[in-house]
Design a protein around this ligand. Structure first.
Ligand SMILES: NC(=O)c1ccc[n+]([C@@H]2O[C@H](COP(=O)([O-])OP(=O)(O)OC[C@H]3O[C@@H](n4cnc5c(N)ncnc54)[C@H](OP(=O)(O)O)[C@@H]3O)[C@@H](O)[C@H]2O)c1
Length: 309
């Protein structure tokens, strides 16, 4: 099989070695060296240049190297008759859980408060809350949200999650759909966003949602910047409704130098590093989908284009 590697972000050299080793009988070519477009059956993509995929008449699979596929779905030239699979990488899931744990524990144990006290030379105990009394809530209970939620539940945090369709998860309180959102927010001290960016979830963290949280809550956004209405978030921080925000993703990336988040005393800015794809662990999923494609078996992690994720 001829496979086209197409990316404007992922460095091909990181991927070609593990992919080549796992697919010794296939030919992997890197865009723009396509050769005869009719011989390409699979495209492995990370933010491909628009229009290229339309020119591949015998394409059977578009395999994304990204977990979130919103930018691909916004490309009007994306072929509609070819299955699109997103990446689910166990290495990335592990890293995301680690990141969520880091920021939840920092908020839970008031790390920033102690840092501020140190800068002022203050020796003072701050209130210590037990994990069972700290309510952590996950917007999104998919691959990443569920893994992080389970880890926090194992540490005795009071964990809940919100999803599109109802779900039952041991030890995790679940809410679903539009009606479930505000009751979910009202019981959440630390809100972690792990939603995909879709037409339904864009701007979901707005003034209404922030007002539904208990006062002095923490927001940790490790999903996409488009989930947040920045002006509403800044207003909620400035009014004291929101205690602090940890933002890994932004409406414009890199975050513009003049953006108020950079210098806000209660905002932590991270440069979109919550969880990177690890080619070593992600390759197995790409290889498995190619095996399924050849065997005529159902593909894994196919994107529901109507739902947008
Ligand atoms: N910052 C980073 O470094 C980084 C790295 C990787 C991924 N991400 C982001 O993380 C996102 C989540 O990844 P994932 O693999 O966990 O996705 P996923 O497995 O597709 O899970 C998405 C979750 O969101 C829920 N959801 C979707 N639309 C909803 C809606 N309208 N209302 C309520 N719930 C909704 C889904 O509900 P159902 O369970 O009912 O389907 C599901 O629980 C990605 O899309 C990406 O944007 C960020």
């Amino acid at each position: 099989m001829r496979i086209l590697f197409l990316s404007t972000t992922a460095k091909p050299e990181r991927w070609l070695e593990p992919l080549g080793a796992a697919l010794p009988d296939d030919e992997i070519v890197v865009y723009p060296e396509v050769g005869d477009p009719a011989t390409i059956e699979c495209a492995i993509v990370a933010v491909p240049p628009p229009g290229v995929l339309t020119g591949l008449p015998n394409l059977c699979l578009i395999q994304s190297l990204w977990v979130g596929v919103e930018s691909l779905l916004h490309d009007p030239t994306l072929p509609t008759d070819v299955p699109l699979a997103r990446l689910v990488d166990p290495g990335m899931t592990e890293t995301m859980t680690e990141t969520v744990l880091q920021h939840v524990l920092n908020a839970h144990r008031d790390y920033e408060g102690y840092r501020a006290q140190q800068r002022a030379g203050i020796w003072r105990h701050l209130p210590q809350v037990r994990a069972q009394d700290r309510r952590v809530g996950f917007l999104g209970l998919g691959e990443l949200g569920t893994a992080a939620a389970r880890t926090l539940a194992e540490l005795n945090f009071a964990v809940a999650g919100w999803s599109r369709r109802p779900k039952a998860l041991d030890g995790i309180e679940t809410f679903a759909g539009a009606d479930g959102l505000h009751p979910f927010l009202a019981r959440t001290d630390i809100l972690v966003c792990l939603l995909p960016l879709t037409t339904e979830t864009r701007g979901i963290i707005d003034a209404r949602a922030l007002a539904a949280l208990p006062r002095d809550a923490t927001l940790i956004n490790v999903a996409r910047g488009g989930h947040v209405v920045d002006d509403d978030l800044l207003a909620a921080l400035d009014s004291g409704q929101l205690g602090r925000a940890v933002l890994d993703v932004f409406n414009t990336e890199p975050l513009p130098a003049e953006h108020p988040y950079w210098t806000h005393p209660r905002v932590v800015v991270m440069p979109h590093v919550a969880a990177e794809t690890d080619p070593a662990t992600a390759t197995a999923q790409v290889v498995e989908n190619l095996r399924r494609l050849r065997a005529g078996e159902p593909l894994r992690n196919v994107v529901d284009r109507a739902a947008g994720y």
